[in-house]
Ligand binder design. Structure first.
Ligand SMILES: C[S@@+](CC[C@H](N)C(=O)[O-])C[C@H]1O[C@@H](n2cnc3c(N)ncnc32)[C@H](O)[C@@H]1O
Length: 259
């Protein structure tokens, strides 16, 4: 994909901003996934942390996180429309403080370092491998020694596994979204080693939920000739399953800066 991807990505998020406004469904229609993203990312954030978030979108999830942890947080997004929305979010009941700013992960104007730098499905919007590497470099530099880089992103290995399960059930493969380039886990781990970042955890928190909702459930739906329904009662049950396996592209990789 050439550098022209930026136009595609910008238009996609302008449309999301217009259609979904301040809603938590912006960029994530499946609200079980949204809930699991929030409950799982906060496992890696501690009260008192200085945090930097890249690709915060309309800020709805950032605010939910800020209600659960007392953070000193800066949240940045490239989209002007998304940051305008983020600045309208209701900050009542947040525990610490949060500042929303427009910025580009490829050209960050930040000099200080943070206890935690995190993303929620941001780097996958850079549809060029060199840009993804550059973004990882930029983020790694902004982490304090002993601090963490928390990547909640989409990875190709998880999508391959869910698609293998789907194939066994006679279902077509799920492709990556048109505006995303999934990360290759081994490339990310090897690249970040150059910046003193060591992988300390791979958290496939969505694996069991995804196995049910993207393999078993669609197969049942197909066999019974009924329509797929997101956010259904039955899907909601499966968000409580203990994660097992690697059946979701979306997962968390946690890195610690050792040098
Ligand atoms: C999938 S959305 C996720 C938004 C938010 N984290 C959430 O969970 O709703 C990805 C976000 O990354 C932002 N983004 C894309 N390219 C970016 C860049 N170069 N720098 C910063 N943000 C970017 C988009 O504008 C979009 O809001």
């Amino acid at each position: 994909m050439s550098k022209n991807y930026r136009e595609t990505v910008t238009q996609h998020y302008q449309k999301q901003a217009k259609e979904l406004g301040l809603n938590l469904k912006s960029t994530m229609p499946d609200q079980n996934i949204r809930e699991l993203e929030i409950t799982n990312i906060i496992k890696y954030l501690n009260d008192g942390d200085d945090c930097l978030e890249l690709g915060c979108g309309n800020g709805a999830a950032s605010i939910e996180i800020a209600k659960k942890r007392k953070l000193n947080q800066i949240s940045i997004d490239y989209s002007k429309e998304m940051i305008e929305l983020a600045n309208k979010q209701n900050k009542l009941n947040i525990k610490g403080n949060i500042k929303f700013e427009q910025g580009d992960i490829l050209d960050l104007k930040i000099s200080k370092q943070f206890d935690v730098v995190f993303t929620v499905r941001c780097i996958i919007n850079l549809m060029d491998k060199n840009d993804q590497k550059m973004a990882l470099n930029n983020l790694a530099k902004l982490v304090k020694i002993n601090g963490k880089l928390v990547l909640l992103e989409a990875f190709s290995d998880g999508l391959e596994e869910i698609n293998m399960a789907r194939k066994e059930l006679g279902l077509d493969s799920i492709p990556p979204a048109h505006h995303n380039l999934h990360l290759v886990k081994s490339d990310v781990i090897n690249h970040l080693k150059n910046y003193g970042m060591k992988l300390v955890n791979e958290d496939c928190f969505l694996s069991s939920y995804y196995f049910w909702t993207r393999a078993i459930s669609p197969a049942l739906v197909k066999a019974n000739n009924v329509g797929i329904k997101f956010n259904s009662k039955i899907d909601s049950y499966f968000k409580f399953l203990t994660p097992y396996g690697n059946f979701s592209h979306i997962k968390l990789l946690i890195f610690e800066k050792t040098e």
